[in-house]
Write a protein that binds this ligand. Structure first.
Ligand code: NAG
Ligand code: NAG
Ligand code: NAG
Ligand code: NAG
Ligand code: NAG
Ligand code: NAG
Ligand code: NAG
Length: 370
């Protein structure tokens, strides 16, 4: 190890000596330190792995001054404020095609990596494990494939993980919910998993898992996120259960979307306690009963969509919500409702919250000692 470090240093010195005669005076004061030298190796390897760059974003990725490259951002190194290092790479909307080489692990001070809306394929490099400062990782809207990129589980600083709109498939490891993430976007991949109870361990403020092959129950422990959760989007996730009665504990929720699932049972009254709620979408489920008036009285509610269910009662107040959709229910006197036969057929069947064994019975009361 020691030999390779000193070898490396020697190499850098030689390189610097080679370059010095060509540097202008101002560049003298921005010496290329070992961190930037490693970044140069990483970025050149990446450039090699790029097969198309229609906007020429990497055209100026030449020469050792990586801080001048388009999309590359330098900042003082965390442990040494006198040394510049590559802290961010942002190639959003580049439509770049190619792969991410293992050499990117050399960008060990990277805090931000934004690659959304490109055409990268393959997986995330194992060497990302070395990006111990990585805080925001956005690879959304690319062509990444294969299993969930488990390397992210080794990133202690990660707060924002966005891998939506790719071709990842298979299980999502439950350990992802033990990371101290702030936002997690998994939607529009081909994941097949059920939301684990460890979801309550996370510190998420935004969770979007729509359009994957999720199955199972509405995760009850999600109410443990009451202090942090802001947006919960579980749409089209094949969830089959009732909505837990205490879901209203999520008092900081502004967006709540559970549309296109197989939810059954009533809409819990407690939703009327989500005082910050602005968008509520429960459309395309098998929900029934009356819409609780308290929901329609929520002060910030702008859009309440509950079409394509079997609701049979709707308070007057609900007609005043700014944007509202109540079509295809069983509500008397309202236009565009289901047929009477359909409504009767539905209501003749009992509702089973415990389909799939979802609502486990409450634990037995603790033993009483006399
Ligand atoms: C990119 O560079 C090539 C060759 O230098 C040029 O022909 C093309 O017009 C450039 N494209 C854009 C979008 O600048
Ligand atoms: C880096 O960019 C600055 C500003 O555009 C320029 O003045 C400087 O010469 C560039 N340095 C190198 C080495 O390209
Ligand atoms: C995460 O949650 C599970 C189930 O709720 C629990 O058993 C486990 O101890 C938790 N892990 C951490 C790290 O908090
Ligand atoms: C639901 O997700 C599946 C993929 O899992 C997709 O094929 C389907 O179009 C989605 N349905 C809706 C209504 O978005
Ligand atoms: C959640 O709401 C409480 C009470 O309104 C507030 O004190 C807290 O800061 C909020 N948390 C977040 C993360 O918004
Ligand atoms: C929802 O209702 C429809 C029509 O009654 C029925 O075919 C379907 O099986 C129901 N789904 C669930 C999950 O109850
Ligand atoms: C209300 O929400 C629904 C479902 O998310 C959406 O389709 C509709 O466009 C929204 N309406 C307005 C006015 O934003």
């Amino acid at each position: 190890m020691a030999t390779s470090t000193s070898l490396h240093k020697a190499l850098v010195c030689i390189l610097l000596l080679l370059f010095l005669p060509f540097l202008s005076l101002s560049e003298y004061y921005l010496p290329i330190n070992p961190r930037l030298e490693k970044a140069y190796v990483a970025l050149q390897a990446w450039k090699q792995a790029i097969t198309a760059d229609p906007k020429n974003l990497t055209l100026d990725w030449c020469g050792p001054h990586v801080c001048n490259y388009t999309g590359v951002f330098c900042a003082p190194a965390p442990e040494d404020r006198h040394e510049l290092t590559v802290a961010g790479v942002d190639l959003n909307h580049g439509r770049i095609a190619g792969t991410l080489p293992e050499d990117l692990g050399l960008l060990s001070d990277l805090a931000l990596l934004h690659l959304n809306s490109n055409r990268f394929h393959g997986g995330l490099p194992e060497a990302f494990e070395r990006l111990q400062l990585l805080y925001e990782l956005d690879v959304s809207n690319n062509r990444f494939q294969g299993p969930f990129p488990a390397v992210v589980l080794h990133l202690p600083s990660l707060k924002y993980l966005d891998i939506r709109f790719n071709r990842f498939r298979g299980e999502v490891p439950r350990r992802v919910f033990d990371l101290r993430l702030d936002a997690l976007f998994l939607n529009d991949n081909q994941f097949a998993f059920s939301l684990p109870d460890s979801i309550g361990n996370s510190s998420l403020s935004v969770l979007v898992v729509a359009n994957n092959r999720i199955s199972g129950c509405f995760p009850r422990s999600i109410t443990d996120l009451a202090d942090t959760l802001n947006e919960l989007i579980l749409l089209n996730a094949s969830i089959t259960s009732c909505i837990p009665e205490d879901v209203g504990k999520l008092k900081n929720l502004t967006v709540f979307d559970v549309s296109f699932n197989n939810l059954v049972g009533p809409l819990p009254d407690s939703i009327g306690e989500m005082r910050k709620l602005e968008q509520l979408n429960v459309a395309h489920n098998n929900l029934s009963g009356d819409i609780p008036e308290s929901i329609c009285e929520l002060p910030r509610l702008k859009n309440f969509t509950y079409s394509y269910n079997y609701f049979c009662g709707e308070p007057e107040r609900c007609l005043k919500v700014r944007s509202r959709d109540d079509r295809e229910n069983c509500i008397p006197e309202r236009p565009h409702q289901r047929s009477e036969e359909e409504c009767i057929a539905f209501s003749s069947k009992p509702v089973h919250c415990d389909a799939n064994g979802c609502m486990a019975p409450p634990p037995p009361p603790p033993p009483v000692h006399y």
